[in-house]
Design a protein around this ligand. Sequence first.
Ligand code: MG
Ligand code: MG
Length: 263
Amino acid sequence: MAVELYSFKEIEKIKKACDVVVAVLQNLAKAVRPGISTYELDLMAREEARKRGAKPAFLNYKPPFSNERFPASLCVSVNEAVVHGVPKKEQIIKEGDIVSLDFGAYLEGYAGDSALTVAVGEVSKEKKLLMEATQEALREAVKVCVPGNWVSDIVATIHGVAKKYGLYTLKNLGGHGIGKKVHEEPFIPNHPETLAREKKDYKLRQGMVVAIEPMLALGTDEIAHDGDRWTVITADGSPAAHYEYVVAITKQGPVVLTEYKHA
Ligand code: MG
Ligand code: MG
């Protein structure tokens, strides 16, 4: 499959979908507190999308690596869960957790996708460092999203920041192109070994729109699967953090389409 290139007008449409995603995630982030179930967060995500005329992108989504459809609108990945966490009625958030919220939506034929990690009350020093380093990896990766650079530059940047802090990027996971579909080419791994295995690199070009999503872990670069067949966890059970921005690659440089208002 070829990499899609988008016009300025189309990028504006992707931005509108991203605006909805960011608004939903910001409201969800405020709702994360001890005692709430991950299932309740999923219901909120559905309702927040509906209010804005958007369609959740992950509900019933069937990725190439699965024969099943994702059963929820929101991915909620707590502590050692990295991504694709399935919300559950019995999974209750507690003080000290770090909670990754990942949401995608379609609006007027274009997709938005973003993720952030929320600290619940006081979290450990290690978890704080993990969250800060993952945000730094994202900021630094955005900077290399300029025409003429390569996907491998993004991979090296994310991996480099992780290493600087003695942390790990996770194998087999990563970001992706986005636009008319929520997941498009190219795949943008977080780990150089995964990129090497893919045996393909892409030159970044004006008009490419990419979702950059570093996932960093405290103790390992290996992943495993939880019993629900979706939730990806760290192989050693150490915590992981995850952030995701959508970035348009333009002649003028990277333009982040998922801007957050920070409190
Ligand atoms: Mg996402
Ligand atoms: Mg994504």
